[in-house]
Design a protein around this ligand. Structure first.
Ligand code: BGC
Length: 578
């Protein structure tokens, strides 16, 4: 639709931001569902999810009608950072199963018409990886050390770290080793935990190793890779000191492109090379960047035509429910990515942030990502959070582009809050002496079947993190049986989104809805209207396709949009030319 063909039912100005886009490419409008294997489904009863459990429940995801599944790491790993510390990139950790289990999962996904995307962790490995063990055993000037970032320390006897960089999880980003002869030795860089040494991407051998890893999984049939901390692989020459926040936390205040550990130009040649490898396998394999970049328009650098296919949109996740901020982020994202011909992606939750059903349960600011919520913190309003989460998701799924969902959000799950300290596993908790609780709250195992042990997550050992009491009522089978449940709302949203091809659609802001308490846009003939204020708002004429909240709908008459509610409304366009 052009700016001049304003629907008759919608008096008021429109601002067109994005035209409908039917460029081929399944990922351009796909809904991709993140599975966090540790917490999805435990079939062997050891308290931790496994690949066989994922295979068993894949039909539920097909039924939800997502296009693809992204799996967080299941590779061999000492699990110091829940699998993001990889000791063998081409094998399955026994905790999760075997390569045969992976192949069985792949076959089942194929049968169901679901694509699988796996996580690639190229910035760092585990300190138990053979290459790092070889580096520790080698002399300081040996080629083995050059796979990583080893430096002599500062100070009289090298007792001080080589620079002032801080680990993302707290504390210094350097750890000193003991040389093979027993003397105190060099330091190695780890932007994350000390058990996660950073690779040296100035070394061709590192490039060769990851090209091998890409081919290994492509040969097994994966549709692509989510690339972990894709903005960090290359560090600025000389590793200059950095006066800003050095941890690069993914919330607001991200240090931006000047930080010497992020966004270096040489990164882009790596992704161009990877894209060429994927292209050898056909046009359907994709790369998605987990790239925290600031300011937002720079995200476009990751998805230029010869680089990655997608990048996560974290500014959208962090926009909260502030209509002005949401509008700015959506507009900037579409403008920046349209300029390079790349699709946008939208996301509200993942395994690193407080779930959006919990974040939106606060009227004031929600806790910072990575800090988590404990019993002693201000508590969210669970009902309010869930209702607002539904509204926010309905706003998101109406937007053109792709979207990522995080397992359990379709059930409206909240974060786990009552997790005893001794059960917390996120390295952030240990590295900050408990000051930051970390990300365990959003990683609590899923409830499948009410009334079964562990709500059907697994019938053996207790889950690796305790499930909150509310998980019983939120179990998938209970929700499946209730037409007005969160789960059934997700099913309806995803079915309609596909049917109306909203992911390939357009976006024009409805100026009359752009206020302090509401936001609305038109995607084709569907108006998506959100009310974050306390008063109901009158709806324009049109057919209500879906409302986010049965409860709010009951409080507001048919022709009104309740507080904390979103609606998809079919608008009739008057043919002005006839
Ligand atoms: C992942 C985290 C992980 C970190 C280090 C992040 O971006 O999403 O879960 O701890 O990378 O690999």
């Amino acid at each position: 639709m052009s700016v001049d063909t304003v629907p008759a039912a919608l008096a008021g100005p429109l601002t067109l931001v994005h035209a409908a886009d039917h460029t081929p490419g399944w990922w351009r409008s796909a809904v991709i569902y993140q599975v966090y294997p540790r917490s999805f489904r435990d079939l062997n009863g050891d308290g931790v999810g496994d690949l066989a459990g994922i295979t068993a429940e894949l039909p539920q995801l097909a039924e939800l009608d997502v296009d693809a599944v992204w799996l967080s790491p299941f590779y061999r790993s000492p699990q110091r950072d829940a699998g993001y510390d990889v000791s063998d990139y081409c094998d399955v950790d026994p905790l999760f199963g075997t390569l045969d289990d992976f192949d069985a999962m792949m076959a089942e996904a194929k049968r169901l018409g679901l694509r699988l995307i796996v996580d690639l962790v190229p910035n760092h490995c585990s300190d138990q990886h053979a290459a790092f063990r070889a580096a520790l055993a080698a002399p300081a000037d040996g080629p083995e050390r050059d796979m990583f970032i080893f430096r002599d320390g500062l100070g009289e006897s090298g007792e001080l770290p080589p620079n002032n960089w801080q680990s993302h999880f707290g504390g210094p980003a350097w750890t000193r080793i003991t040389e093979p002869d027993g003397t105190a030795g060099q330091w190695y860089l780890h932007l994350f935990d000390s058990s996660q040494p950073d690779f040296n991407w100035d070394n061709d051998a590192v490039h060769a190793e990851f090209e091998r890893v890409l081919r290994f999984w492509l040969d097994r049939g994966v549709s692509g890779f989510r690339v972990d901390v894709a903005h960090a692989l290359v560090k600025a020459p000389g590793l200059p000191a950095w006066g800003g926040r050095a941890d690069g936390n993914s919330s607001d205040g991200f240090p931006g492109h000047e930080a010497p550990m992020f966004g270096q130009p040489a990164l882009h040649d790596i992704y161009r090379a990877w894209r060429r490898i994927l292209a050898e396998y056909g046009p359907d394999r994709i790369l998605c960047a987990e790239a925290n970049v600031d300011p937002l328009p720079r995200l476009a650098d990751w998805v230029r035509p010869d680089e990655m296919h997608q990048a996560f949109n974290f500014p959208y996740l962090h926009a909260g429910l502030d209509p002005h901020r949401m509008r700015r982020v959506v507009t900037e994202s579409l403008n920046a990515l349209d300029a390079v011909g790349a699709p946008t992606t939208w996301v509200l939750s993942n395994h690193d942030v407080v779930r959006h059903a919990t974040r939106f349960g606060y009227d004031g600011p929600a806790p910072r990502d990575g800090d988590g919520i404990g019993p002693a913190d201000p508590q969210p309003n669970a009902e309010l959070g869930r209702a607002r989460a539904a509204a926010a998701t309905m706003f998101m799924l109406g937007l053109p582009g792709g979207a990522y969902l995080y397992q359990g959000e379709e059930l409206g799950l909240p974060d786990g809050i009552d997790i005893p300290d001794h059960q917390r596993q996120d390295p952030t908790f240990g590295r900050t002496g408990g000051e930051r609780l970390g990300r365990d709250g959003c990683r609590v195992p899923l409830p499948w079947r009410a009334g079964e042990p562990n709500n059907g997550f697994g019938s053996g050992a207790d889950p690796w993190l305790p499930q909150p009491e509310s998980f019983g009522a939120l179990a998938r089978d209970t929700q499946a049986a209730s037409p007005s449940s969160h789960l059934n709302l997700y099913r309806s949203m995803l079915a309609l989104r596909r049917q109306l091809r909203l992911g390939e659609g357009s976006l024009a802001w409805l100026e009359d809805w752009s206020t302090d308490t509401s936001l609305g846009y038109l995607n084709g003939t569907v108006a998506v209207l959100m009310n974050v204020g306390h008063e109901p708002l009158d709806l324009p004429a049109g057919t209500v396709l879906l409302r986010s909240s049965a409860a709010a709908a009951m409080n507001a008459p048919e022709h009104q949009l309740g507080s904390g509610e979103t609606v998809w409304l079919e608008i009739y366009i008057e043919d002005t030319e006839s």
